[in-house]
Ligand binder design. Structure first.
Ligand code: ZN
Ligand code: ZN
Length: 448
C-alpha cells in the first residue's frame, strides 16, 4: 500500500474529472480525517504484530458492491496506490465487474457503470497507517457489513470480483474468536487458551492461500470471519492479554489444532489425518485422574445416542450397493478402533456374508439420512438388539489438540491457560512471538 507520488495518477483516465482532479488530489493527499476513529476503539493495542489478508465472500460470485466512504479517514486508490479523484460530496463508490476489470462509479445504476473508469485493482484504505471502518454492501448476497483494519482491496479473480480485507492479525483473532468459542459461555482462561492456539495456527498456516495473494479465506476452511459482525469485548480482552503468545515445540511454532469436545481423551494426529506421529499431538486423558469425569463432561456434545432399526439401515445399505438385493442385514459391529479409541472400520453381517466398510463412509451415509441427529465424532460404540440399532457416542470433532469444552472444565477447576495448553499439547511451551515488549512487525505471514 505504498503511495505513489501524486503526479503519477493517469489523469487521462478521468475525462470528466480531469479539471477538478488536481484540486481533489490535493485535498485527498493532504486530507486529515476530521476524527481519528481509533480513539474511540478498544482495539488500538491489537495493531501490534503482523498483518493478514483475508479474502472475503470467497465462495460467492460477486459482480458489484458499494462502499460507503463518508468516513473521512478513507481514501480510494488505484492499483499503484495513488488516490482516485472523486467528485465532491460523493459518499458512495460503486464497483462492478466490467471486461475483467474493476469499474469504479460514483453513481448507482447500469448507466454510470457503463461509463465507469476501469482498473485492474482498487483499494479502499486508510489515509495513513491508521485503522479504518469500512461499510460495504453486496446486493447480490444481500449483505451489509462493516470491516476494519488497513483497508479492502478489490481486484478480479476468475471472472468475479475478489475482495481482500487487510487487518492486523491480532484484530482478526479478536473477530474470529467468538465464532470458535462463545465468549459468553466460556471462562477467560479457556478463551485465552483458544486465542493462543488460533494465533499459533494462523502464524503457522499463513501461506494457506498464499499463491492467490491472501492468507486466509473467511469460511470454515480457514476460520469464519465476518468483519465486525461478532464484536465481543471479552474476546478483544483475551486476545490483548495473550498478545503475541504462541505455542512452540523445540523452538518452532506448534500445530494449533482444536476441536469442540474430545469425549474423554484426545486423538493422535496421525490417526486422524495420516502422516507421522507428532509427540505433542498425542492421546491425552482429559481428566484430573482416572475414574473422574472428563473435563469436557459438561459439553452438550459429551454423550449422544442414535437409535434406529436394522431395517432402515438395510435399505440405506442396499441403495449404496453395500448389500445385495436378496441379503438381509443381521448385525452391525465396530470392526476396528484406533489407539485413541475412535472407530476405524465397521463390520456388516448379513444372512449370506460379512463385509467391512470404512468408518468415514458409514458415518457419511448415516449422517445424510439422519440430518440433525448426526454422528458427531468417531468415538462411539454400536449395539444391536434384535431389530434395534443403537449407536452411543462421545464428543464432537476430530479430537486432535485442544478440547475446547475440556479447556472450559479445566478453567473452572482453577487452571490457567498455560496449564491448559500444557495439558493438551504436552511438551510444548508458551512463547511471546511478538508483543509490547518486542519490536513489532515480525511477520511470518508475509503479505503477498
Ligand atoms: Zn481457507
Ligand atoms: Zn475433552
Amino acid at each position: 500500500m505504498r503511495g505513489k507520488p501524486v503526479n503519477s495518477v493517469p489523469r487521462n483516465k478521468f475525462p470528466v474529472w480531469h479539471l477538478a482532479g488536481a484540486v481533489l488530489l490535493g485535498l485527498l493527499a493532504g486530507c486529515t480525517p476530521p476524527e481519528p476513529l481509533q480513539r474511540f476503539w478498544s482495539v488500538e493495542s491489537l495493531c501490534t504484530g503482523p498483518t493478514v489478508r483475508i479474502r472475503i465472500f470467497q465462495q460467492f460470485e460477486v459482480s458489484r458492491a458499494r462502499f460507503d466512504l463518508s468516513d473521512g479517514a478513507l481514501v480510494l486508490c488505484d492499483e499503484n496506490g495513488a488516490p482516485i479523484p472523486r467528485p465532491p460530496k460523493t459518499n458512495y463508490v460503486y464497483v462492478s465487474l466490467r471486461e475483467n476489470q474493476v469499474a469504479v462509479a460514483f453513481e448507482p445504476g447500469p448507466e454510470a457503470a457503463q461509463q465507469a473508469v476501469k482498473f485492474s485493482k482498487i483499494w479502499v484504505r486508510a489515509v495513513d497507517a491508521r485503522l479504518v471502518f469500512i461499510k460495504l454492501s453486496v446486493p447480490e448476497l444481500n449483505i451489509r457489513r462493516n470491516y476494519e483494519g488497513g483497508g479492502i482491496e478489490v481486484s478480479v479473480k476468475y471472472g468475479r470480483l475478489a475482495f481482500v480485507n487487510q487487518l492486523p492479525l491480532e484484530l482478526y483473532l479478536a473477530r474470529v474468536l467468538p465464532s470458535e468459542m462463545d465468549p459468553e459461555h466460556f471462562t477467560a482462561e479457556a478463551l485465552k487458551a483458544q486465542a493462543v492456539v488460533a494465533r499459533t495456527w494462523a502464524l503457522k498456516n499463513g501461506s494457506r492461500h498464499g499463491r492467490f495473494g491472501y492468507n486466509f479465506c473467511d469460511a470454515t476452511h480457514c476460520q469464519v470471519y465476518k468483519g465486525r459482525f461478532l464484536v465481543s469485548r471479552r474476546a478483544e480482552r483475551v486476545v490483548k492479554e495473550t498478545l503475541g503468545e504462541v505455542l512452540i515445540y523445540q523452538g518452532h511454532l506448534a500445530e494449533g489444532f482444536y476441536h469442540s469436545t474430545c469425549g474423554g481423551n484426545t486423538a493422535f494426529v496421525h490417526e486422524v489425518w495420516g502422516g507421522s506421529p507428532v509427540s505433542y499431538l498425542s492421546r491425552v486423558e482429559d481428566r484430573w485422574r482416572s475414574g473422574n469425569r472428563p473435563y469436557c463432561a459438561r459439553s452438550p456434545f459429551s454423550e449422544w445416542t442414535i437409535w434406529t432399526s436394522l431395517r432402515r439401515l438395510q435399505r440405506l445399505m442396499k441403495a449404496e450397493h453395500w448389500m445385495g438385493e436378496t441379503e438381509e442385514l443381521q448385525d452391525v459391529k465396530v470392526d476396528m478402533v484406533n489407539f485413541s479409541g475412535r472407530v476405524q472400520r465397521i463390520l456388516l453381517v448379513t444372512n449370506q456374508r460379512t463385509r467391512t466398510v470404512p468408518e468415514e463412509s458409514f458415518r457419511r451415509l448415516l449422517n445424510q439420512e439422519f440430518g440433525k441427529t448426526k454422528i458427531l465424532s468417531k468415538f462411539y460404540e454400536i449395539e444391536v438388539d434384535g431389530q434395534q440399532f443403537k449407536l452411543s457416542g462421545k464428543g464432537l470433532g476430530h479430537g486432535v489438540g485442544l478440547c475446547q469444552w475440556g479447556a472450559r472444565g479445566m478453567a473452572q477447576h482453577g487452571f490457567g491457560y498455560p496449564e491448559i495448553l500444557r495439558h493438551y499439547f504436552q511438551g510444548t511451551s508458551l512463547a511471546e512471538h511478538y508483543g509490547n515488549s518486542r519490536a513489532s512487525g515480525n511477520s511470518p505471514t508475509s503479505t503477498p
